[in-house]
Design a protein. Structure first.
Length: 217
């Protein structure tokens, strides 16, 4: 990958920042291939090379403007310690747009190394991902419910008001069809504040109300 093919750019140290002025990265960030000093010195990020970085550091894919150049292919492998039974600070990178399917959560590296045992087959994979069940001989990984709840609480990328309206309510995150559910069973979407949190609390309140009403003798 050369500079004009749009190498991944990094901004070291920003994993310590809660909020950041993006101009900081424009001034101090750099592409992993390196910047060309002149027309005769064009650095190359060779196939098979990699960069070891904190995934919570600000990073981005730069524009591919190399005319006639091949596409760049980047494989991102994220390693996160499994959750501990205490105050956990080693969280996954919550702002990342994960390519992992929803039923792939909750597993550990040991599970993947021993996938032939059937521990990652259905329906066990789905139950594991939802945090409902795991074999006694296995450890919990980061389940889908926990990670998404944390992302909602922090108003992270993918969990903003627009995502709630356009992606969740209309598309059901890609695997739930809400068209058959009466809109009255959903909470209202607030114009301000943490829309996801208020929406979910209001929705659960409605479900509890209608469930209690249906069970009245």
């Amino acid at each position: 990958t050369t500079f004009d093919m749009g190498p991944t750019s990094v901004c070291p140290g920003t994993q310590y920042c809660y909020e950041l002025n993006t101009r900081v990265c424009e001034e101090h960030g750099f592409p992993v291939s390196g910047k060309p000093h002149n027309e005769t010195h064009v650095p190359v990020w060779k196939a098979g090379h990699g960069a070891l970085a904190n995934q919570q550091m600000f990073h981005r894919g730069s524009e591919h403007w190399g005319v006639g150049k091949p596409n760049r292919v980047v494989l991102i492998l994220t390693l996160t310690p499994r959750p501990a039974a205490r105050g956990e600070t080693r969280l996954p990178s919550l702002g990342t747009l994960w390519a992992l399917p929803w039923h792939g959560w909750g597993h550990t590296l040991d599970d993947m190394a021993d996938a032939e045992s059937g521990a990652m087959s259905q329906p066990w994979a789905a139950l594991r991902s939802l945090g409902l069940y795991k074999p006694k001989t296995r450890d919990w990984g980061w389940d889908w419910i926990t990670v998404n709840t944390i992302r909602i609480a922090n108003d992270d990328n993918g969990y903003e008001r627009e995502d709630l309206v356009d992606y969740f309510l209309k598309d059901g995150w890609g695997f739930v069809d809400w068209s058959w559910v009466p809109r009255s069973l959903f909470g209202d979407v607030p114009d301000e504040g943490n829309a996801w949190e208020e929406f979910l609390v209001n929705t659960f309140d409605k479900w509890i109300y209608w469930t209690a009403l249906a069970n009245v003798d």
